[in-house]
Design a binder for this molecule. Structure first.
Ligand SMILES: C[S@@+](CC[C@H](N)C(=O)[O-])C[C@H]1O[C@@H](n2cnc3c(N)ncnc32)[C@H](O)[C@@H]1O
Length: 235
């Protein structure tokens, strides 16, 4: 146990020779006896904090992982990859974040390309042992909207795990879905997190997204409520 200001800190993990500490709001890295908060400002405010023994990412105070219905932050990633049926071949993880889904795809033998827009997220991921897979993928740091048209290969498995629609509307647009289609092999299986913003007011984003995907020619579109996402097939 250690104290920082008014807070009690607990050791959370050791990684690449450094000790990491946490309180309920932040993770800190110990460097030369000093504690540095794992939080960065780069247009948005990015930070890591611990949840059930594993770091999670927050952007502008919004959690980037579904955790409530799961026993830990890695469980969602595992279920997505399992339900997708990923096994060997080429995989694309769009909006890779801390790389938890990237890791699951790599563990299933997929040669995985990961796209993450934020340098800040990548910098934070370097302090996270559970993100090691991100750096074992072909990581492209850039806006998926610009990166997708430049990709030369086609993929058997695609995961698209964007921030909620209100924060990244372009990543839920028909134009973007056409880009995904161009990157997908015929018959490729795809997962798209859609979230549940506005659910209490009766909004059902998954239905709106399903219509857009159908109009782009995607097939077998099924909503998985537990994961708050859609599984479908490329034509
Ligand atoms: C919900 S999180 C992804 C969580 C990830 N699946 C994981 O395992 O950690 C969404 C991520 O998308 C990134 N992002 C937002 N806009 C993007 C864009 N236009 N292109 C690529 N990544 C983007 C954010 O920086 C964030 O890391």
């Amino acid at each position: 146990m250690r104290r920082k200001g008014e807070r009690d800190l607990v050791k959370c993990y050791k990684w690449q020779g450094k000790q990491y500490w946490a309180d309920e709001r932040f993770i800190y890295v110990e460097e030369k006896g000093e504690l540095r908060k794992l939080a960065l400002f780069e247009e948005h405010y990015y930070k890591l904090r611990m949840w059930k023994g594993v770091p999670i990412l927050e952007i502008d105070g919004l959690r980037m992982h579904l955790i409530n219905a799961f026993s830990g932050p890695l469980c969602y990633a595992k279920e997505v990859a399992e339900r997708l049926g990923a096994k060997g071949g080429k995989a694309l993880d769009i909006c890779a974040g801390l790389g938890y889904i990237t890791g699951e795809l790599i563990k299933r033998g997929c040669e995985t390309t990961a796209i993450e827009k934020s340098q800040a997220v990548v910098a934070l991921a370097k302090h996270n042992p559970y993100s090691k897979w991100l750096f074992e993928s072909k990581l492209v740091v850039g806006d998926a909207y610009e990166v997708l048209p430049t990709l030369k290969q086609k993929f058997d498995w695609i995961v698209h795990d964007p921030p909620r629609i209100s924060h990244a509307p372009l990543l839920y647009s028909r134009n973007f879905y056409r880009m995904i289609k161009k990157c997908a092999k015929s018959g490729a299986r795809i997962y798209h997190y859609v979230g549940s913003v506005g659910k209490r007011k009766g909004r059902e984003i998954w239905k709106e997204v399903k219509k857009r995907l159908e109009s782009c020619g995607f097939l077998d579109i099924e909503y998985e409520e537990r994961l708050q996402g859609l599984f479908f097939t490329a034509p």
